[in-house]
Design a protein around this ligand. Structure first.
Ligand SMILES: C[S@@+](CC[C@H](N)C(=O)[O-])C[C@H]1O[C@@H](n2cnc3c(N)ncnc32)[C@H](O)[C@@H]1O
Length: 268
């Protein structure tokens, strides 16, 4: 690390402290090569607080809960898009069409909302109406992305490929030019909750019919992934559908769930 080139003092020890803290708070296991990424993500917070050393910032977050949330928000990776891995939405549609009961769906690491809105759009298309008997819960550890998701405002560019976008979004005008806003009928199908998957309990009372938990386990260590999968399955009804991210393969859990498509499983 070349400290002289940086605006704030940042040592290898600081980076190791960040790694430990983030892992204990969120499960995210930052690899050794991410030191520069960590610096660039938290530098704006250090600047905002008018501090000069990352070590002072790390001492501060230990006694300031609000800043601790900013720290987690800064270090999560929130990449997502509408209908990302579109085969999963096709699987969901097939599942509903097969006559399965689908009233509760949990999008367990929903980031900025594109995933739960894609789920809701798929269902509205299927029933051809907004008044459907489905509640989608969208959750994430990151309070900032949840706020974005709840507002439902996106760059027009990001909804470009949604052919029936007029049904689901208002096109921004004037100072909202270039933006698309989710219509309230779609927004009302989703409930946003802040949930840390690492917490011992989750505010998910009822068994779910479908759980999307995509592209978050990849940040966790193997043992943690396995323990989390077992806990998520305890929130899924027997015969319910579990949908994982493209690089999350759970073939070793054949006793708990059976594959029915690409990274899509049915709970045994
Ligand atoms: C790469 S995004 C995936 C978004 C979406 N599921 C998708 O596949 O497009 C990963 C999300 O997991 C969230 N996350 C990371 N650790 C988490 C935890 N312990 N509990 C809940 N969400 C977490 C991050 O905040 C981020 O929004």
């Amino acid at each position: 690390m070349p400290p002289l080139e940086r605006e704030f003092q940042y040592t290898q020890e600081d980076f190791q402290r960040v790694r430990l803290l983030l892992k204990s708070l969120s499960g995210i296991n930052l690899v050794e090569t991410k030191d520069s990424m960590v610096y660039s993500r938290i530098a704006s917070r250090v600047r905002y607080l008018k501090m000069t050393k990352v070590s002072d910032y790390l001492a501060f977050i230990e006694r300031d809960e609000e800043e601790l949330q900013h720290f987690v928000n800064a270090l999560t990776t929130n990449l997502t898009s509408f209908f990302r891995e579109c085969h999963h939405f096709e699987q969901l549609e097939k599942f509903v069409q097969s006559g399965e009961k689908v009233n509760r769906i949990w999008s367990a690491a929903s980031s900025t909302g594109e995933e739960p809105y894609s789920i809701a759009m798929s269902l509205v298309r299927l029933w051809d109406k907004f008044d459907i008997p489905v509640q989608v819960v969208a959750s994430d550890i990151n309070s900032h992305v949840l706020q974005t998701a709840s507002t439902g405002e996106y760059e027009l560019e990001s909804v470009k490929s949604i052919t029936d976008k007029k049904r689901f979004f208002f096109k921004g005008k004037g100072k909202c030019e270039g933006l698309a806003r989710v219509k309230p009928e779609l927004r009302n199908l989703i409930e946003f909750r802040q949930i840390n998957l690492l917490n011992a309990t989750w505010p998910i009372e009822e068994k779910q019919d479908v759980i999307f938990c995509r592209n978050v386990m990849i940040y966790f260590e193997k043992e943690q992934q396995e323990a989390l999968l077992v806990r998520l399955l305890s929130k899924l009804r027997k015969g319910g559908m579990y949908i994982a991210g493209h690089s999350e393969n759970f073939s070793q859990f054949a006793h708990l769930m059976s594959p029915v498509g690409r990274t899509t499983y049915i709970k045994n």
